[in-house]
Design a protein around this ligand. Structure first.
Ligand SMILES: NC(=O)c1ccc[n+]([C@@H]2O[C@H](COP(=O)([O-])OP(=O)(O)OC[C@H]3O[C@@H](n4cnc5c(N)ncnc54)[C@H](OP(=O)(O)O)[C@@H]3O)[C@@H](O)[C@H]2O)c1
Length: 411
């Protein structure tokens, strides 16, 4: 008899995959509630879930920026946990609501203030004592990256090494959606992320390098499994901060993401003309934020799924030491856009985020992961989680590999 009740907040590309995957696991998630700002998106997903899986979910409208409104919804549906796949801006209000209503919390992206593109865990780590005191669990960063990439590191440490020296996370989307320019997840969040100053961690300190749109940006051709050579740019990504804290002995961590020249050129133009600004400008007597307007005119990431072809390849190259011997492993997943679309009507970026988010929820609902407080996902047992992620569509491969060069000059 299924007992778990889940409340998913956010019904975009990721929320849709989470809801479909929960419905596929209705032996664990006996009751599935899907809420978003308005009912239109949850209702469309509900219909599709009914058609594909013959499962009925319940839908709700909620403004998750509003704590009392969110608490009222949580008290009404009485979930075991809230899975937050709305936007990073809602992280703190949803955490507040979970504390007040007494339920566990999971998300896939760290909090960002609206008026500053700043990716730091400090705001959410500050909830540690409150979650501990209430005996509740908050699991942070349970998508693919952050999420599965963190767990790849935890898994390699657990099974192969005494300590890890170097981590390179490589995120490749070798897919094609047929649009001149589009982002694969929420355009506002995505563009804020990729236009920031780049940082990586080396020998005990953060090193800043030029942003990806700068002519001096650091990039190199990496030969990915299955999809071949792709230009991969050094980028700051939030899991670096928590992995530096939780991987003992770590000497260097870098994050690389593929971008096509076409993407870079479009984004450069948008930035140069001011369309990526996150501050308010006056337009015909009212205030608008250019990047929010841009989001409205760009393709909705969920809509890209229909014609998306090609694959994503995301994983980690990890160098570690076991019994004094150093070696390097490459652990990765390959996911196919069109297969995701056939299964749940989504593209691979949403799919690779939604499957781990559902799997993390499964770990909490089944009581496999327990422990009061705020946890980055790599602090929890990677084995049952990666088993669930693999079983639900994202298996991984581990091979012996060679370390990536240490410095820019060597690429
Ligand atoms: N870790 C990873 O690997 C990874 C990868 C990709 C994405 N993500 C994260 O996943 C999350 C969702 O991404 P996405 O691409 O699915 O975004 P999306 O398509 O823009 O969907 C966001 C959803 O949240 C809803 N929402 C926004 N503000 C809300 C509010 N105040 N109250 C209630 N609902 C609200 C939106 O409703 P409306 O459309 O009506 O505004 C929409 O349904 C983001 O936080 C993103 O950063 C993580």
């Amino acid at each position: 008899m299924p007992t778990g009740t889940i409340l998913i907040i956010g019904a975009g590309g990721v929320g849709s995959v989470v809801a479909h995957k929960c419905a596929q696991n209705s032996d664990v998630f006996g009751k599935i509630h899907l809420a978003s700002r308005t009912l239109a998106k949850p209702d469309a997903i509900k219909k599709d879930i009914r058609r594909r899986w013959k499962v009925d979910i319940e839908t709700h409208a909620v403004n998750a920026d509003n704590v009392p409104e969110t608490v009222a919804l949580i008290r009404k549906v009485r979930p075991d946990l809230v899975l937050n796949v709305a936007l990073p801006y809602q992280d703190l209000t949803i955490m507040d609501a979970c504390l007040e209503a007494g339920v566990h919390y999971i998300d896939t992206a760290n909090y960002e203030p609206l008026d500053e593109a700043k990716f730091e865990y400090k705001w959410q780590w500050a909830y540690q004592d409150r979650f501990r005191q209430k005996g509740l669990m908050a699991v942070l960063g349970a998508g693919f990256d952050p999420g599965v990439t963190n767990m790849y590191c935890a898994y390699i440490l657990k099974h192969h090494y005494d300590t890890i020296r170097f981590i390179d996370i490589l995120d490749c989307n070798a897919g094609s959606h047929g649009h001149a320019f589009a982002t694969n997840f929420n355009p506002e969040i995505n563009i804020r992320e990729v236009t920031q100053v780049v940082r990586h961690w080396e020998n005990g300190r953060w090193i800043e390098t030029p942003a990806i749109l700068d002519d001096k940006s650091i990039h190199f051709l990496f030969d990915y499994p299955v999809v071949g050579k792709k230009d991969s740019y050094l980028l700051y990504h939030e899991e670096e901060e928590s992995l530096v804290k939780h991987m003992p002995g770590l000497e260097r961590i870098r994050f690389w993401m593929t971008f096509s020249q076409n993407y870079i050129t479009h984004l450069k133009v948008l930035q140069n003309v001011g369309m990526t600004r996150i501050d308010e400008v006056e337009y015909e007597g009212r205030k608008i934020v250019p990047i929010k307007f841009l989001k409205e005119v760009l393709p909705n990431p969920a809509s890209l799924a229909t014609n998306y072809t090609g694959k994503t390849v995301i994983g980690c190259i990890i160098t570690g030491v076991k019994n004094g011997n150093e070696s390097t492993k490459y652990i990765y997943n390959v996911c196919d856009h069109a297969e995701c679309y056939r299964e749940v009507g989504s593209q691979a970026i949403s799919y690779t985020t939604g499957v781990p988010a559902m799997s993390a929820a499964m770990m909490v609902v089944k009581g496999v992961w327990k422990g009061a407080g705020v946890w980055n996902i790599e602090q929890l047992d990677p084995d049952p989680f990666l088993e669930a992620v693999s079983k639900n569509g994202l298996p991984f491969t581990v091979v012996d590999y060679k370390p990536l060069p240490a410095s820019r000059a060597s690429f």
